[in-house]
Design a binder for this molecule. Structure first.
Ligand code: F6P
Length: 533
């Protein structure tokens, strides 16, 4: 629902031009321009400080595999862009609305302004220059004055997909509590065992009683699985059961699945809302500040690092080596290292390293052992996979049911390589600790419980307010509704040319292991990761 103050591009148009890429264009002009505006065809008009102006030759959209017709871009003055999410009224302009029951809710009666202003949006980037364009924004989450469902008509379902993550049960619990307490919804189903549960299993009845204590345990009471996404069968099941609200808790693969379900629902003209709650312990979902469960993982990793430190300091030339999760992104390893102070070396997938020769890992281990007699190494599971692959006679390209490359155990491999290298030089004791599944199987900590609760409430508010086909996420500390495609088009990674990685290197005082010529190569320069501390 675009505000009247801003221009909204047509919602279901058939535009097919090849267009400029916003991220490419804005940095080039941002230092020189005086004002930015858009014409009704989404052409960018740039006025330069020397009184000249030009307009982009074609309509301005992001580049990605998502067609323009599936995007809802709203533009405003000074380069303001809202990447909006679909709304029930896009497809059903005459859909009935009802007053939000929260207006009679005792909890909300004390709030000065119960309902979120329709024009409230949240900027994606908060570090700006005086001459920066206003840039991309997302719709602010929260309750709206009118809702698009009557409580008695709602049949909601919740599904958890992919690997485990601390906080899954809290999100399930808080969706049930939010629907029940805030909106008076009584009929809520759990889908058993991930996407395939829609068509292969019976549903689970969820109410306030069944979810009361579930946040105290790890895992998911609904069960989960990888794969099993059959869009037609899933939407058939939604239609047959009369479900009209679908809450999908899952990682990027599952959110892509949610987008496919939403598309099919729209194609069939069903009045069904689909909302995603992003889940990844690796914190590899872009745009959002952090994903639930990440904080718990970093905290729990401390126990393994402490054990590694105790082992290392108790033996002559002791090394404690801890493997942490992080298939493509090293956030858990990086933050666990920064939190601990006992880690001497942190290795992540984004930062290439080598073992032998000057500047390599073996040289650093030798130096650190000589200096302090012990050391702790933290390695993310996706780090050094290139080295491991090189050393193997046969390369493997096996994938799991979610399409993720199956990784070799870098922890075991590197432990053996270190032992072999130092065998003839010194007495060395290396203890390898792999706490990965222990970390993700625990319940969420206090801070993640807050995060899960607010995400669940935001999802419920958005669905009740008629927003559809969105993911909820914290952006710069504010809850927002983000189009599915924005969180699935790429992964959030540690950018090793960013200040955060430099802070880690300064904290551990480890070498970067990078060859100088690579430091400023395109391969290593990317968008800063979305961790904002
Ligand atoms: O998807 C996130 C993740 O935590 C990865 O870091 C890890 O490799 C993977 O899950 C393992 O999950 P599973 O063994 O269940 O496939």
């Amino acid at each position: 629902m675009g505000s009247s103050r801003f221009r909204s591009s047509s919602r279901r148009s058939t535009q097919s031009e090849t267009d400029h890429q916003l991220g490419f264009l804005i940095p080039r002009i941002s230092r020189k321009y005086r004002s930015l505006s858009f014409d009704s065809g989404l052409r960018l008009i740039v006025s330069l400080s020397d009184n000249q102006s030009f307009e982009s030759p074609t309509r301005l959209v992001m580049s990605s595999s998502v067609p323009n017709s599936d995007r809802k871009i709203v533009t405003g003055p000074a380069g303001y862009i809202l990447e909006d999410v679909p709304h029930f009224t896009d497809d059903f302009p005459d859909h009935p609305t009802y007053p939000n029951p929260l207006q009679d809710n005792a909890a909300y009666s004390v709030v000065k302004q119960y309902f979120v202003d329709e024009d409230d949006t949240v900027p994606q980037k908060i570090v700006v220059h005086p001459d920066s364009p206003r840039g991309t924004h997302f719709r602010r989450a929260g309750p709206r004055q009118r809702v698009y469902f009557e409580p008695d008509d709602v049949l909601a379902c919740i599904v958890t997909c992919g690997g485990l993550c601390p906080g899954l049960n809290t999100v399930i619990r808080e969706i049930v509590c939010g629907l029940s307490y805030m909106y008076g919804v009584k009929r809520i189903l759990g889908i058993d065992g991930g996407y395939r549960g829609f068509y292969a299993k019976n549903t689970i009845h969820l109410d306030l009683k069944t979810v009361n204590d579930i946040h105290r345990t790890g895992g998911t009471i609904l069960g989960t699985s990888r794969g099993g996404h059959d869009t037609t069968k899933i939407v058939d099941s939604i239609q047959d059961r009369g479900i009209n609200q679908v809450y999908i808790i899952g990682g990027d693969g599952s959110q892509k699945g949610a987008a496919a379900i939403f598309k099919e629902i729209r194609k069939r003209g069903l009045k069904v809302a689909v909302a995603g709650i992003p889940k990844t312990i690796d914190n590899d979902i872009p745009i959002i500040d952090r994903s639930f469960g990440f904080d718990t993982a970093v905290e729990e990793a401390q126990r393994a690092i402490n054990a590694a430190h105790v082992e290392a300091t108790s033996f002559e030339n002791g090394i404690g080596l801890v493997k942490l999760m992080g298939r493509y992104s090293g956030f858990i390893a990086m933050y666990a290292t920064l939190a601990s102070r006992d880690v001497d070396c942190c290795l992540i997938p984004e930062s290439p390293f080598f073992l032998e020769g000057p500047g390599g890992l073996f040289e650093f281990i030798d130096k650190r052992l000589k200096e302090s007699g012990h050391m702790v190494i933290v390695i993310a599971e996706g780090a050094g996979q290139d080295l491991l692959a090189e050393s193997m006679e046969e390369s493997t390209t096996l994938k799991d049911a979610s399409g993720n490359k199956l990784l070799q155990d870098i922890g075991l491999w590197i432990s053996q390589r270190i032992k072999d290298h130092f065998a003839k030089k010194m007495t060395l004791t290396l203890k390898y600790i792999d706490p990965t599944y222990m970390i993700r199987a625990i319940p969420s900590n206090a801070s993640d419980n807050v995060c899960c609760t607010l995400l669940a409430q935001s999802a419920v508010h958005g669905v009740m307010a008629g927003y559809n086909g969105f993911t909820v996420g914290l952006v710069n500390g504010r809850h927002t509704y983000i189009p599915f495609y924005r969180i699935t088009e790429k992964q959030n990674k540690v950018v090793i040319t960013d200040r955060m990685w430099a802070r880690l290197l300064s904290s551990t005082n480890q070498p970067s292991f990078m060859k100088q010529d690579k430091i400023h190569s395109n391969q290593l320069v990317g968008e800063p990761g979305t961790m904002k501390w």
